[in-house]
Design a protein. Structure first.
Length: 517
């Protein structure tokens, strides 16, 4: 393995306080990248901002849906508006510290419990605890929120940010709270918060795709059930989901659709100029000595990534982060675009090829050249039966190298995933040899055999590690075995595919354990 240069002074060598390619959504709280200065392209002149602002200007509360593709900047967009309305509006809106992430296992009580706990967490971080405890409603909610947390692990860890508050000797009788009582508490809390000088509440409910993915019927029921909660006066519910959520989930529910504000607000990807502006702003804001820094990559590489990922900032930043251990040397310098492209491509190939047979690899490379593709199209091109292609497509999809994009009649269209996209121009490296020759060559080299052996050893080490720990997350495994998260992710999929382990999802978190015989 190449020697990787790491250390807490990594970014200092480039002249930065911290990583300029951090993938977290921008927030008002961030000390180095305050949202007002780091955010680009979502100002009041944009359509998305205008619609959202008009929605919030309606007195009395409401419900709106924000849609956009993965990683375009949806969460950051709403964080920005929460910040504006909390600090710079004549009619200030109270908001929680973080967005509330809705998961598929939630029932009404969890939904309300989470909202109440997040509101309290914010109140406690904003005002003195004594002030909060003087208010009987806040005090009661604080009491049961703690108990509620113990029984409902889906509550965000941020909800634990309560700073004590009750003396050990104090006896608090926590009633068994019904859904209607919870709703009553919610309404009362809204009134109490308004007494603190706010015109209403801005609730940011994010990651609705977590609901959608699992089961459409359950999601429909969830929305039917929370309909009454959504109508509490002076609360602005802003839901964030991926494209198509309104059409699939909200539109078919007449009673739910009627309480939503118009159509969803669509957040599109930023333009090339805006993405460059965003990166330059990060360089500027993070520079230790004002504007004295070494850019890790050339601007033209960012432009290349913009084209590759259709402007989706999360993937652009992810790719830069993936490259980082490869390009960071003891002496900080700007890597050329040509080198950066080559390294990115090689990295993806390294992590991909070892999981695939030559035919699967060959087919993937072909798919990388296509906008989208169907089984029939590949079957024609490779002169293989559709059943074989189907098996390969399943395999590539399990490994997140391709994904099902849309169904049109009998046709199922797939696309290459963002992860595999850098393989698009892989062929250039092998000077025009055709795909079949390449795959034969790959197959016959010792390198492939060595890779396969080292992969087997790694899979065995992962299994042993899970056996020892019982249940683990990918990051534990990456840390312990000192391998990249991307490799662990692929290995976990492989082990699930082979039937060695199973995965349990809890919200956005995934846990892995050995499959019972
Ligand atoms: N307008 C913007 N200006 C500058 N940086 C941005 C902007 N929007 C997003 N970013 C950055 O892009 C990355 C992705 O943003 P964000 O998490 O908001 O996207 P998202 O659409 O919510 O992603 P996901 O679909 O994964 O939830 C983050 O690193 C964020 O800081
Ligand atoms: Mg988001």
């Amino acid at each position: 393995m190449n020697e990787i240069y790491v250390g807490q002074d990594l970014w200092e060598k480039y002249g930065f306080h911290t990583n300029p390619f951090d993938t977290n959504p921008l927030t008002a709280e961030s000390s180095f990248l305050p949202i007002a200065e780091a955010m680009v392209g979502r100002g009041s002149d944009t359509k998305e901002s205008q619609i959202l602002t008009n929605f919030l200007r309606n007195r009395g509360g409401g419900r709106i849906l924000i849609e956009g593709n993965i990683g375009v900047g949806k969460t950051t967009f709403i964080n920005y508006h929460r910040y504006l309305w909390e600090h710079y509006s004549r009619d200030r809106l109270f908001t929680t510290n973080r967005e509330i992430s809705v998961t598929s296992r939630w029932q009404i009580s969890q939904f309300l419990g989470n909202i109440l706990a997040s509101l309290l967490s914010k109140l406690l971080s904003q005002f003195k605890e004594e002030k909060i405890l003087k208010n009987s409603i806040f005090k009661e909610v604080l009491a049961f929120s703690r108990v509620f947390y113990n029984y409902n692990y889906t509550i965000e860890a941020s909800a634990l940010g309560f700073g004590g508050g009750f003396g050990k000797s104090e006896q608090i009788n926590v009633p068994n709270i019904s859904e209607s009582q919870l709703l009553e508490y919610f309404s009362l809390m809204v009134l109490e918060i308004k007494k603190l000088g706010y015109a209403g509440l801005f609730l940011h409910l994010d990651n609705l795709e977590l609901l959608n993915r699992e089961d459409l019927r359950r999601t429909h029921t969830f929305f039917e059930e929370i309909r009454d909660i959504l109508q509490v006066t002076d609360v602005y519910f802003v839901f964030v989901a991926k494209r198509g959520f309104f059409r699939e989930v909200i539109s078919p529910l007449e009673r739910v659709r009627s309480i939503f504000f118009g159509r969803p607000v669509v957040v599109n990807a930023l333009t090339k100029e805006q993405v460059l502006d965003a990166v330059h702003r990060r360089y500027h804001l993070l520079s230790i000595t004002k504007d004295k820094f070494i850019a890790p990559v050339e601007d033209s590489f960012i432009e290349y990534l913009h084209d590759l990922y259709g402007g989706r900032l999360r993937y652009i930043m992810d790719a830069l982060n993936m490259l980082l251990p490869e390009i960071a040397t003891k002496r900080a310098e700007t890597i050329s675009t040509e080198q950066a492209q080559k390294k990115l491509k090689n990295l993806v190939a390294e992590q991909t090829r070892e999981h695939l047979t030559p035919l699967e690899w060959n087919l993937l490379l072909f798919c990388c050249q296509q906008e989208n593709f169907t089984n029939g199209y590949l079957s024609n091109h490779f002169s293989l039966p559709t059943s074989n292609i189907s098996r390969i497509l399943n395999r590539l999809s399990d490994l997140d190298m391709i994904y099902l994009d849309q169904k049109e009649g009998k046709n199922i269209y797939y696309r290459v995933s963002e992860f595999a996209k850098p393989l698009k121009d892989w062929k250039d490296d092998v000077m025009g040899k055709n795909d079949t020759t390449i795959s034969r060559e790959i197959d016959s080299t010792n390198k492939t055999r060595q890779l396969q052996n080292s992969r087997k050893q790694r899979l065995n080490r992962i299994i042993r590690f899970i056996q020892e720990r019982g249940e683990i997350q990918q990051k534990d495994c990456a840390e312990f075995l000192k391998i990249s998260l991307a490799t662990v992710s692929r290995d976990m999929k492989e082990l699930i595919y082979l039937g060695n382990i199973v995965c349990r999802e809890d919200g956005k978190q995934k846990y892995y354990r050995i499959k019972n015989p």
